[in-house]
Structures are given as C-alpha cells and as structure tokens.
Design a protein around this ligand. Structure first.
Ligand code: HEC
Length: 215
C-alpha cells in the first residue's frame, strides 16, 4: 500500500466514524439504527490496514531522515568544492608577479607621457591583489595600507601628471615594497627598477590624460 492509499484509508476511517456518530445521534431520536447502512471494516481487516500504515509511515520517516542525511552529505560535498576553489585561487605569489610587471610598466608610461596608461597600470596593480582578500585575509590588509598609504604619493603624481614628483615618489616607494617583503620573510625578493618595461608589446610614448582611464 502506498502513502496515498494509507491517507485514503485514514480518511475513510475518519469519515466512517463521523457517519457512525451521526447515525447514533439520529438513532437516538428513533429514526435510524447505528451502523445500519454503513460499511464498517471488520476488526481484522482494520488491524492489517493499521499495520500496513505503520509500516508506510516508518518507511516515510526513514526517507525523510535519509533526505536530511543526504542534505548533510551535499553540504559536505559543497564545502569540499569551495575548499577546492579556494585552493586554486592565487595567494600572494601569482598576483605579485603582476604587481612587479605593472609597477615597472607604469614608470615608462609616465615617462612617455602616456598618463592614462600609468594610471591604468597602478589601478590593476592594486586589483591584481584582490584574490588575496579571500585567500590571505590576514595579510591582505598590509597590501591595502601600503597601496593607500605609501603608494598614494605615486598615484597623486600620476593624477597631477607631474613627472618630476612621479620619479621621486616612484624611487622612494621601492623601499616600501622591499620592507614588506622582508617583513613577511621574503627579504630575498628585492625589487629593482628595470631599464626597460616588463611588457614590450605596448606603446608607452603615447600622449594621454590620467583621467582617460574608463571607470
Ligand atoms: C603587503 C606586503 C607586500 C607589499 C606591499 C609588496 N609585496 Fe611583493 N611580495 C610579497 C610577498 C609575501 C611575496 C612572496 C609571495 C609568496 O610567496 O606568497 C612577494 C613577491 C613579490 C615578487 C615576486 C613574484 C614572483 O613570484 O615572481 C615581486 C616581483 C614583487 N613581490 C613585487 C612587488 C612590488 C613591485 C611591490 C611594490 C610596488 C611589492 N611587491 C609590494 C608581499 C608584498
């Protein structure tokens, strides 16, 4: 017997009892006798039905319990997937390669009068570090305070398109890059200024305004 059959049985039983009550009520007024034209299951039949129902309910209970178990299993599976994605996201080393290259490129863009390119290089030097917000939540704030602190003077010179100040601030900030490296146990990674941009495939000598970078 399926669950719906069980429901029908219960409803039928309820209805029968209801009618029987009505019949009893009517019969007390002398019009009809209790159970006269009602089909009432014999008690054996009812017992078997009840047992079947109990079994159906027990099985339903198991299904419900099983479902919540598989929901838990799905939760664990999802956690494993999240851990996998987290493991595949870059930490510091990969974005730092981009930081290094963009930092070098920015100098030649400024020197070439391509201020939008210099501004763009700075913007994405910073954005390259975004995965570290998730993968290195303890260390990321150090990057944030570096970019908004020591590096702000470089950004200000780019916005002002002031090459003299830019060159001065750019050289000075290299020490801050290296301070952080040393502070995090990477004193052997020492940034130095290159004689040519890291990326050769961009025109650096192109006149542009710092404000030309799309928002
Ligand atoms: C918040 C600290 C911090 C600051 C600020 C910082 N770095 Fe780094 N950098 C690191 C760490 C940590 C590593 C080593 C990466 C690792 O092993 O996870 C690194 C590695 C590097 C590397 C080597 C990447 C590679 O694997 O090839 C370069 C290049 C680099 N940084 C450039 C720079 C430049 C340029 C600046 C300044 C504009 C800078 N970094 C500022 C923390 C910093």
């Amino acid at each position: 017997m399926g669950v719906s059959a069980c429901w029908k049985f219960s409803l039928k039983k309820y209805r029968d009892e209801f009618f029987m009550g009505t019949e009893k009520c009517l019969s007390s007024k002398g019009t009809k006798k209790a159970g006269q034209d009602l089909h009432i299951h014999n008690s054996n039949e009812e017992n078997t039905m009840m047992k079947k129902c109990a079994r159906v309910l027990a099985v339903t209970g198991l299904i419900v319990a099983g479902t919540s178990l598989s929901v838990n299993a799905a939760g664990a599976d999802m956690q494993a997937q999240i851990d996998g994605i987290m493991g595949a996201l870059p930490k510091f080393a990969v974005p730092m390669r981009e930081v290094g290259d963009r930092f070098q490129n920015m100098y030649f863009a400024a020197e070439g009068g391509n201020w939008a390119l210099a501004s763009y290089m700075s913007k994405y030097m910073d954005k390259a570090m975004n995965p570290a917000k998730v993968t290195k939540p303890k260390e990321y704030p150090d990057w944030r305070s570096f970019y908004e602190g020591d590096f702000a003077a470089v950004n200000k010179a780019i916005a002002a398109e002031d090459l003299g100040t830019f060159k001065k601030e750019y050289s000075a900030v290299i020490a801050s890059c290296n301070d952080c490296h040393a502070g995090m146990g990477y004193g052997f990674i020492e940034v130095k200024k290159l004689a040519a941009p890291a990326d050769q495939g961009i025109e650096y000598k192109l006149s542009s305004k710092a404000a030309d970078v799309p928002k």
